[in-house]
Ligand binder design. Structure first.
Ligand code: ADP
Ligand code: GLC
Length: 491
């Protein structure tokens, strides 16, 4: 498995959670997983790393020397360890941010991930040729590693020993395609003929994800609804045609969550543990959260926002409604970072209602856990959401999600309706139009239901009892890998 981020080593969003948790789950069920990722600044964990390989990687007509560090992570309940290999090249990866600094992408992101992709293939070659290991499938995640598929399939002479290797590409977010100015194509080291509409060219730019979609043996994404949505112009971000041209389609597998890390009964970030049977600790978490974010300890609905502050997440719909919402006896807490304008809007909202709104702009893993635990409602008004993990964490923490009906949000939130309430499976609320008014209506409904304690408890219980583990979804990935394996035998 190759990815640019994975917990606990490097994270900017759900990609890291998904890759880290899937790797662990597959290891637990007896598969030998090697996770390949860049070695970023200060991301070491307690485990000692050993030097595993020294490689010479071809990049832009030169050879770059990189080292590969190895960590073998014990996985509880597994017979063997998860192997993590870090590609170390400090000029590219020993930097303050993963992809950007001060809201600006690094200008050499293409070179950085070309190097990483080439290194991934050299490592796989090393495992097969030097260590005589068997590598069945290369599972790629997102644009940063998509070029691995392109090199492998279009440079057969360079990668002779790897011609049987099957490649799965998982799309976590079509909003990030790794596009670079056309004149940078030369940096990929690929034949110029590939800079064409049937290759990596995309409206004059280089598009790494497009290359991955074309040259991978299979493509998947992180929920069935998003798999359908991305075939349309509204959600395909310009790649809908390329996706639709894949004869085998795009498989949608809903993400699970790491139920060990995200467990309100054992979560060490929380001031008090709790379970579905005894929610008293959740009240303690709520009071502690109010104190932490400078809000008075009051028993009013506490609404939360956690996430990257980007257009995708639709938090602007909420910001617009804050003056209206402040007529209600509620509190709001916000944890996020990103878009400068949105950050400023939240700062202004907080200044207007300092005792009603709690705000932390930045990235804080512990606070994310405490907000999931201490809030009553989590708001995710996403314009699109491939899967979404925050709403899954909130279900597990007894915090009722209010979401827009799109992508994985539609697949994981069972909306409040007479029938779903009766059958005790409602676990949240959704709205359809990406408009502030639609969001307001559903927020009003939820606050009304919050006061009906019995019904609210049943929403909490339905969420906390749901099976959100990786169990089922990891099996679906294994089936996909096996499908690719059988194609290998046929070919
Ligand atoms: P996405 O991957 O699109 O950002 P997800 O819902 O899949 O959305 O995953 C978001 C993950 O990132 C969750 O684990 C969430 O807790 C975390 N997260 C997002 N923003 C922050 C932040 N500012 N501080 C801490 N964790 C955050
Ligand atoms: C992306 C998506 C998010 C998904 C995550 C993990 O970051 O935006 O919806 O949950 O990847 O697959």
């Amino acid at each position: 498995m190759a990815a640019s981020e994975a917990v606990p080593y490097a994270k900017t969003g759900g990609l890291a959670d998904m890759v880290g948790a899937l790797a662990i789950e597959l290891t637990k069920s007896g598969h030998h997983v090697t996770l390949l990722m860049p070695c970023y600044r200060g991301r070491a964990t307690g485990e000692a790393r050993q030097l595993a390989m020294r490689l010479s990687v071809p990049v832009d007509g030169k050879s770059i020397d990189v080292t590969v560090e190895e960590e073998n992570v014990p996985v509880s309940g597994a017979l063997h360890r998860l192997r993590v290999l870090f590609v170390r090249y400090d000029p590219y990866f020993d930097r303050p941010g993963l992809y950007q600094q001060d809201h600006q992408d690094y200008p050499d992101n293409l070179e950085r991930f070309v190097l990483f992709c080439r290194a991934v293939l050299e490592i796989v070659r090393g495992l097969i040729e030097t260590r005589a290991e068997k590598v069945d499938v290369l599972h790629l995640h997102d644009w940063q590693v998509a070029l691995c598929a392109v090199y492998l399939k279009t440079l057969p002479y360079e990668y002779k020993g790897l011609d049987q290797l099957k490649v799965l590409l998982t799309l976590h977010n079509l909003g990030y395609q790794g596009t670079f100015p056309g004149q940078e194509f030369v940096k990929t080291g690929l034949p110029p003929s590939l800079f064409s509409p049937s290759g990596l060219e995309f409206y004059g730019a280089v598009n790494c994800l497009k290359g991955g979609i074309i040259f991978s043996d299979a493509v998947s994404t992180v929920s069935p609804t998003y798999a359908k949505e991305i075939m349309t112009a509204e959600y395909g971000c310009g790649l809908e045609g390329v996706l639709a041209s894949r004869a085998d389609g795009v498989v949608g597998i809903t993400n699970g969550i790491d139920v060990v890390t995200w467990n309100p009964e054992t979560d060490s970030y929380l001031p008090a543990p709790y379970t579905a049977a005894d929610l008293s600790g959740k009240q303690t978490c709520k009071r502690a959260l109010q104190r932490e974010l400078g809000l008075p300890n009051r028993d009013v609905p506490l609404l939360a926002v956690i996430g990257r502050l980007t257009f995708q997440k639709g938090f602007d719909l909420l910001v617009e409604m804050i003056p209206e919402l402040m007529y209600l006896d509620i509190q709001i807490v916000v944890l996020g970072a990103g878009d400068h304008q949105l950050e400023q809007q939240f700062i202004a909202s907080k200044a207007g209602y300092p005792h009603r709104i709690g705000l932390y702009l930045g990235f804080d893993e512990g606070l994310a856990h405490r907000i999931e635990a201490g809030s009553d409602v989590l708001i995710m008004p996403s314009r699109y959401e491939p899967c979404g993990l925050s709403q899954l964490y909130s279900l597990r923490y007894g915090t009722v999600p209010i979401v827009r009906r799109t992508g994985g949000l539609a697949d994981t939130v069972v909306p409040f309706r007479p029938s779903t309430v009766k059958s005790r499976c409602a676990n949240g609320f959704y709205f359809i139009d990406a408009s502030p008014d639609s969001l307001l209506s559903v927020l009003l409904l939820s606050i009304h239901v919050y006061k009906e304690r019995h019904t609210w408890q049943s929403l909490i219980h339905a969420g906390m009892k749901a099976d959100l583990s990786w169990d089922r979804s990891a099996k679906l990935y294994v089936e996909l890998y096996q499908g690719l394996q059988s194609r290998r035998k046929e070919s």
